[in-house]
Design a binder for this molecule. Structure first.
Ligand SMILES: *Cc1c(COP(=O)(O)O)cnc(C)c1O
Length: 373
């Protein structure tokens, strides 16, 4: 057997994630590994925290990067904040809302499910009704940008409703961070998690998380221990907290954090509002080209995610064959439909570094050719 080094074919990643990683981020990843308690590294972590506060638009002291992908960020929020027997209103309008239900139930808590059709945003009226019917509900959990369907929900309004009923909010911002407007403090989000690999132009494997004052209070008032040792934020807090106090909890993914740092520097240089505008502009360009080809979107215009375009597979077209032509002939990856949309839709991501004109042009030209137009 003679296995040699692995050299993947460079691809253009326009699916639901991972999305294109900036060359600057890849370069940062290859810088020399240093000790994770090295003062230089500790200084860099403080900068990551400050830049994450900017990306989330929050002053939350507890704003960190969990050493694992977005799913671990999700679990971090639920496992730390939700206690057995508590009621959580969970909004389900796609795959990731369903995973929130899994999290709640595995913790011995009760999920009150608010269902909306795939492709639709979370209906605020249904959330209000669920809170009225369950005045003892402690949380409202929802996905801001449903990557499985391409629908954007009104996070600001959902948070207002939760606050009116004294419920804390747990928000999935894996696909929204860096791609669409998101203001943690202004909207009063209590706990939020994201991922490095969607609109942050970074490699997969890191999950930014932020807890506001009410979430911290809830965590500190817990009756029992957090049921996951690794994700127990009372332990991780001392690892991320200020100078001199840092102690060993787990070995940080040193190089991945260099990568996240670089992607956050890029976001800071571009400006958050400009990054949101860039996603929108590229979405408009893609939409114009697709519409010209007679391809339709699944989500209503008002609730469409610019960074995740769910389109109908044209009648009589072989889903898998087209996607494999794109991959094999154009090194272009787009996403298949999930769940209710399997075989019926494609998901074209314009996330982070992938939200560029050249990607839009490549995608339109490649699709046109693969569809024989
Ligand atoms: C991708 C995604 C996740 C999970 O993130 P991973 O990095 O794959 O673990 C969670 N929620 C949403 C909305 C996502 O798009």
């Amino acid at each position: 057997m003679s296995i040699t080094s692995f050299h993947p074919t460079p691809r253009t990643l326009m699916g639901p994630g991972p999305s294109d990683v900036s060359p600057r981020v890849l370069e940062a990843l290859s810088r020399p590994t240093i000790g994770h308690l090295d003062p230089e590294f500790v200084g860099m972590m403080d900068e990551v925290k400050a830049m994450l506060q900017y990306a989330f638009q929050t002053k939350n002291e507890f704003t960190i990067a969990v050493s694992a992908p977005g799913s671990a960020g999700m679990e971090t929020c639920f496992v730390n904040l939700v206690e057995p027997g508590e009621k959580v209103i969970v909004c389900v309008n796609g795959v990731f809302g369903g995973r929130m239900v899994e999290n709640v139930e595995r913790l011995g808590a009760t999920a009150i499910i608010v269902n909306d059709d795939w492709g639709k945003p979370v209906d605020p009226q249904k959330v209000e009704t669920a809170l009225e019917q369950n005045p003892d509900a402690k949380f409202v959990a929802f996905v801001h940008a449903e990557t499985s369907t391409g629908a954007l929900s009104d996070a600001k309004l959902l948070c207002q409703i939760a606050q009116k009923h004294n419920a804390l909010t747990i928000v999935d911002a894996v696909t929204s961070l860096g791609g669409v407007e998101l203001r943690v403090d202004e909207w009063g989000i209590d706990a939020i998690y994201s991922g490095s690999q969607k609109c942050m132009s970074c490699v997969p494997g890191i999950s930014p998380v932020s807890f506001g004052p009410r979430a911290i209070e809830k965590l500190k008032a817990r009756e029992g221990k957090v049921p996951s040792w690794f994700l127990d934020q009372t332990l991780v807090m001392s690892y991320w907290s200020g100078e001199g106090k840092r102690s060993y909890h787990h070995t940080a993914p040193v190089n991945s954090l260099y990568a996240l740092h670089e992607s956050l520097v890029m976001l800071q240089n571009e400006g958050l509002e400009n990054a949101w505008a860039r996603h929108k502009t590229q979405h408009e360009a893609l939409k114009a080209g697709l519409t010209e080809m007679g391809i339709e979107f699944i989500v209503d215009e008002a609730h469409r995610l610019p960074q995740l375009n769910t389109i109908k597979i044209p009648e009589g077209v072989d889903d898998a064959a087209v996607r494999s032509t794109l991959l094999n002939e154009y090194n272009l990856e787009i996403g298949a439909g999930l769940g209710a949309f399997a075989g019926k839709a494609w998901r074209i991501g314009l996330m982070g570094y992938a939200a560029r004109s050249e990607n839009v042009m490549l995608c339109l030209a490649a699709l046109k050719s693969a569809l024989g137009k």
